[in-house]
Design a protein around this ligand. Structure first.
Ligand SMILES: NC(=O)c1ccc[n+]([C@@H]2O[C@H](COP(=O)([O-])OP(=O)(O)OC[C@H]3O[C@@H](n4cnc5c(N)ncnc54)[C@H](O)[C@@H]3O)[C@@H](O)[C@H]2O)c1
Length: 258
């Protein structure tokens, strides 16, 4: 149904769990996914997992929090591909990074700063550079990945005592929605759209005890499968969403609706 017709689509954190699925979905529907990620091992793994790598795909190792690196990378991409149709701000802080405790009372400023730097400042830097090109083109499409936890607070009873959902996650995921709405109104006169997708949690080898607890909070009674977001990503990347901007799309098995 959706044809992405050689659309150049940049995905930050494109070598991660959700990003690599986006890469495959976009490629399958005629788009040209461009992966921006700072983890070479993950990039190599993704390259290996993709059955066929041809010209309709590219990888750039870049740290999105570094202005100069981002600027050079976006300039290179624009020179190579002559346009940028879509940017997906998807990169996120890896919660498995070892910090002592996620308890609010002791929450480290180091983690707070790191998470804001990747998820908000990183998105700002990439978007600024991409938007310069999109303004020249007089069109563009930006998709910002938030979370169901950009709409509701985490239910901390789900998590173990020393492994609570960190305050920074709520702050950045709510912030992404504000960022996206700001872009939508500021960039509308240049024919550039901006929307937010709030996905629910994806099932990814979590402990059975956790899965049994979380599914009771979700009307559809399960976490998301990785392919549950294919359709919404295609819709947002394609021209079928041409009249949509400033919107927040929640796709979470119903979790935020009760
Ligand atoms: N997985 C879920 O259940 C879930 C649920 C809701 C929302 N989300 C959101 O979806 C997005 C992707 O999540 P995921 O589960 O695929 O995470 P992930 O950790 O698998 O992927 C994130 C990617 O971002 C990259 N990255 C981190 N810092 C970077 C930097 N400074 N520069 C460039 N790349 C950087 C990592 O290398 C990684 O490949 C995140 O924004 C996350 O908050 C995920």
């Amino acid at each position: 149904m959706f044809n992405l017709k050689s659309k150049i689509i940049l995905i930050t954190g494109g070598a991660g769990l959700l990003g690599s699925r986006m890469v495959q979905t976009i490629q399958k529907h005629g788009g040209i996914p461009i992966v921006l990620d700072n983890d070479q091992k993950k990039i190599d793994k993704l390259k290996k997992n993709l059955k066929k790598i041809n010209h309709s795909l590219a990888f750039y190792k870049v740290d999105i929090t570094k202005k100069n690196q981002v600027k050079n990378t976006i300039n290179k991409i624009y020179k190579n591909f002559k346009k940028i149709d879509c940017l997906i701000n998807n990169a996120g802080f890896n919660p498995k990074m070892s910090f002592k405790s996620n308890k609010f009372e002791n929450f480290s400023l180091e983690q707070w700063n790191k998470e804001i730097q990747i998820s908000l400042t990183g998105s700002l830097i990439v978007t600024q550079e991409v938007v310069k090109k999109m303004i020249n083109q007089k069109n563009g499409n930006i998709i910002n990945i938030s979370s169901d936890l950009g709409i509701i607070a985490p239910n901390q009873y789900l998590y173990e005592k020393n492994n609570k959902k960190p305050v920074s996650y709520s702050v950045v995921k709510h912030g992404v929605i504000g960022f996206s709405k700001y872009l939508a109104t500021y960039l509308a006169e240049y024919n550039i759209r901006s929307n937010t997708l709030c996905p629910g949690g994806i099932s990814n080898n979590q402990p059975k005890k956790f899965l049994n607890k979380i599914r009771k909070l979700i009307p559809l009674n399960r976490m998301a499968k990785i392919n549950d977001y294919d359709g919404i990503i295609l819709y947002l990347c394609s021209d079928y969403s041409s009249y949509m901007t400033g919107s927040t799309i929640v796709c979470d098995g119903g979790r935020t609706s009760w």
